[in-house]
Design a protein around this ligand. Structure first.
Ligand code: NCD
Ligand code: ZN
Length: 346
């Protein structure tokens, strides 16, 4: 039995492409399926200024194979010294589509992020004025807060105060992982969206910790209890336009993950669309996949839906995805859902 589904070409509203040899290796994995992606700025050093975003955009386009089309939507990394006028110029030039807030120390390459949230008030006010969205890594870094509670505490301590002070600011809660975040999004009537990753629809914290530690399932925000995964599934498959796909595909070479202090990040670019088809079909919501992956994100960002399409096909034999992607920096393990997938992109 063959089953197929054609949707508008999807976009990825949260993606790590890195730079150099890693960029070269991972970019085709995304561009093969996705029309556009919001490109995370957490390089070393981070992409802070308009000029740095232009240069990074050019490096991405130079790495794109000539037979592929792809539009990188650039972001700026928010620091306590970010200049509101530079942000406004970057937005006016059309290249920069969002500014990314990392609480300092929250995740990979976030040491230049924000500690004193008072210092970013002028730039947030400017963004609200010009309609430039803020993307948030929503976790506090306070060591006294349990890592499984950091998202919920961020909403109370940081996000909600920012939104009350700037009701016109468009905010994306990125890679949400909890019922608290789902409920917060649903309780707000405007200017708030949330991305959900592929892996958080599939794994809970047992996958990381039970029966031996699985470094390739470790990402930030860390996967939570099963009840949270179920709430994320319900939100993603509901058709509610406030929830859309941001894979947070975050490649690290195996040597950096399989070690005493491993990096956070799951690499899902290669098989995300097949995994999502599986997830949405399992929940009886294949008709909602196009909204989640191809329509809700553009609507939030005020961009057109892609004109081209993507076709997914389900067959009787399990799809074989490569276990690893080869990069000039070393092998990168592709996210393994832990069960067979019968869908593939044609
Ligand atoms: C991301 C990375 O590796 O850059 N890691 C992750 O676990 N998601 C950073 C991030 O988005 O938190
Ligand atoms: Zn990320």
């Amino acid at each position: 039995m063959t089953k197929s589904l054609t949707i508008a070409r999807p976009d990825d509203w949260h993606l790590h492409l890195r730079d150099g040899a890693m960029l070269q290796a991972v970019l085709p994995e995304t561009a093969r399926h996705f029309g556009r992606a919001i490109i995370m700025p957490n390089l070393v050093p981070p992409v802070v200024t308009h000029a740095q975003a232009v240069a990074y955009h050019d490096r991405i386009m130079a790495a794109l194979p000539s037979d592929m089309t792809f539009e990188p939507l650039m972001t700026l990394y928010l620091t306590e010294n970010t200049d509101p006028d530079d942000v406004a110029a970057a937005h006016a030039a059309g290249l920069v589509k969002a500014v990314k807030l990392y609480p300092a120390g929250a995740t990979t390459n976030s040491s230049s992020g924000v500690t004193n949230f008072d210092k970013i008030k002028p730039v947030l006010a400017k963004m609200a004025e010009i309609g430039l969205p803020l993307c948030t890594h929503g976790e506090v870094t306070d060591h006294s807060v349990d890592i499984f509670d950091r998202e919920a505490v961020f909403i109370d301590r940081v996000l909600d105060p920012i939104r009350r002070e700037n009701p016109e600011l468009k905010v994306v809660m990125e890679h949400i992982t909890t019922t608290t975040a789902v409920d917060y999004v649903k309780s707000q009537d405007k200017n708030l969206g949330a991305t959900i990753t592929t892996h958080h629809l599939i794994i809970n914290r047992n996958h990381i910790l039970a029966g031996g530690i699985k470094p390739h399932y470790y990402c930030l925000p860390v996967a939570k209890r099963e009840e949270h995964r179920i709430a994320l599934r319900a939100a993603a498959t509901s058709g509610d336009a406030r929830f859309f796909l941001g894979t947070d595909s975050a490649p690290h070479v195996d040597a950096a993950k399989e070690t005493g202090c491993g990096c956070a990040g799951c690499f899902t670019a290669t098989n995300t669309m097949a995994l999502l088809a599986h997830v949405f079909e399992e929940d009886g919501a294949l008709d909602k996949l196009e909204g989640f992956a191809s329509k809700h994100g553009p609507a939030f960002y005020g961009l057109p839906v892609n004109r081209d399409s993507l076709t997914l096909v389900k067959s009787d034999t399990a799809t074989s995805f490569p276990e690893k992607l080869t990069s000039g920096d070393g092998p990168v393990t592709v996210f393994d859902p832990g069960f067979p997938i019968y869908w593939d992109v044609t």
